[in-house]
Design a protein around this ligand. Structure first.
Ligand SMILES: Cc1cc2nc3c(=O)[nH]c(=O)nc-3n(C[C@H](O)[C@H](O)[C@H](O)COP(=O)(O)OP(=O)(O)OC[C@H]3O[C@@H](n4cnc5c(N)ncnc54)[C@H](O)[C@@H]3O)c2cc1C
Length: 355
């Protein structure tokens, strides 16, 4: 009987950063396994596919492969998914899609035992190391109010067309809420927004903030500042003013709860990785991305934690995780991949904020 060598690494998650790590490991001839609970790039596949990425193309390019398009501008989700598929094809990456990793446990002979689940059954793998790149958007932040589960209420914005010539109340005041409100209004929807703050933050994307403020000022979109939803019924939403407690009954056909997302961090806790602070950040060495469990690493947006009031990690500033992990595992710094700095593995948060 021949024994297969134990894979050096298992990557959990085939979003942009999991894929970038796979390319870097493959370039160094590292024997690895790669899993995704769904399809590659799943996280933004459930967003409206024509949503433009906020990053310019060179910052979200994977493994140095240019995003070529005819307009040299930002790509939309559909284009980025096509690009990721091309990355997988070009580097012939083997991703076990629709195979969810359900547990990571120490293996009796060293390394880790991975438990996975597919529609066909459950499987076990023995690997030496694990990199968790599972993203930070597993489930919506629930309001836990009456009516949240009604069929006309959604936490996911998929398509403005659904709301054509209907009334829509958007709850929330960050980028996704504002973008949904504007797009729905431009698609012929009667839109209102309820936000717990008095005004939108100046952190809102530069192309959205003046637009939403103008539509509110012109009376095109109704704004309920300093309000929170108390109850949703099939006909209306009960809002309460946080200033004076006044109740407002807002009639609406649909409700979009743009209240953000959180990550399911149970894979970390089951593996013994400690989660730190209110953001539930996996404890890790920032130089290597290795967690408090030797041999388990964290990469991509999940490194920022399970519960984030404001997102801090993106594709843009997670490329460097790839360099750190590959260097830690193989002892070799991955080669620079061209001359454009943001296509390389070095772009850190401070550089993003400086731009
Ligand atoms: C619409 C949209 C636009 C965005 N635009 C930008 C942008 O312009 N620039 C930018 O830098 N960032 C952007 N982001 C933010 C962020 O960078 C992305 O969400 C990005 O996808 C994160 O990459 P990631 O590889 O860390 O994780 P993800 O892309 O979230 O990938 C994680 C993967 O892990 C899988 N997974 C989860 N749990 C398991 C499990 N237990 N077993 C196996 N697989 C699992 C998921 O199915 C998923 O495919 C955007 C996000 C969205 C939603």
């Amino acid at each position: 009987m021949t024994h297969q060598p134990i894979p050096e690494v298992a990557i959990i998650g085939a979003g942009p950063i999991g894929l970038e790590l796979a390319v870097a490991l493959k370039r160094q001839n590292v024997n690895y396994l790669h899993f995704d609970a769904k399809q590659i790039g799943y996280t933004f596949s459930w967003w409206p596919r024509n949503t433009p990425f906020f990053s310019t193309t060179e910052r979200i390019e994977i493994a140095g492969v240019p995003i070529a398009n005819s307009h040299q501008g930002r790509v939309i989700g559909e284009e980025y998914l096509a690009y990721l598929r091309a990355i997988v094809e070009q580097f012939d990456l083997a991703v076990k899609t629709y195979e969810q990793v359900t547990a990571i446990k120490p293996h009796a002979h060293g390394g880790f035992s991975l438990h996975t689940k597919t529609l066909a059954g459950e499987y076990h793998y023995h690997v030496k190391r694990v990199v968790i790149a599972k993203g930070d958007m597993d489930k919506p932040n629930l309001l836990s109010i009456q009516g949240e589960n009604l069929p006309h209420v959604s936490h996911y914005f998929t398509d403005p067309h659904f709301y054509f010539r209907k009334q829509l109340l958007v709850i929330g005041g960050k980028n996704s809420a504002i973008e949904a409100a504007l797009r729905c209004w431009r698609s012929g929807t009667e839109v209102a927004i309820s936000y717990r703050q008095a005004e939108f933050s100046d952190r809102v994307k530069a192309h959205l903030l003046p637009d939403i403020n103008a539509q509110i000022a012109n009376g095109n979109i109704k704004f309920y500042p300093e309000t929170v939803p108390l109850e949703i019924t099939p006909q209306h939403v009960v809002l309460q003013s946080t200033r004076d407690g006044e109740l407002i009954i807002h009639p609406t056909d649909f409700v979009l709860l743009a209240t953000g997302f959180e990550a399911d961090m149970s894979l970390f806790t089951v593996a013994g990785v400690q989660l730190e602070g209110e953001f539930l950040v996996p404890v890790h060495n920032p130089d290597t991305m290795e967690t408090n469990i030797t041999g388990i690493y964290v990469a991509g947006t999940t490194a920022a934690g399970g519960r984030q009031p404001r997102y801090r990690l993106f594709i843009e500033n997670s490329h460097e995780h790839v360099r750190k992990i590959v260097t830690a595992i193989t002892g070799h710094v991955p080669d620079k991949i061209g001359t454009i700095s943001s296509r390389n593995y070095e772009l850190a948060l401070k550089e993003i904020q400086a731009n």
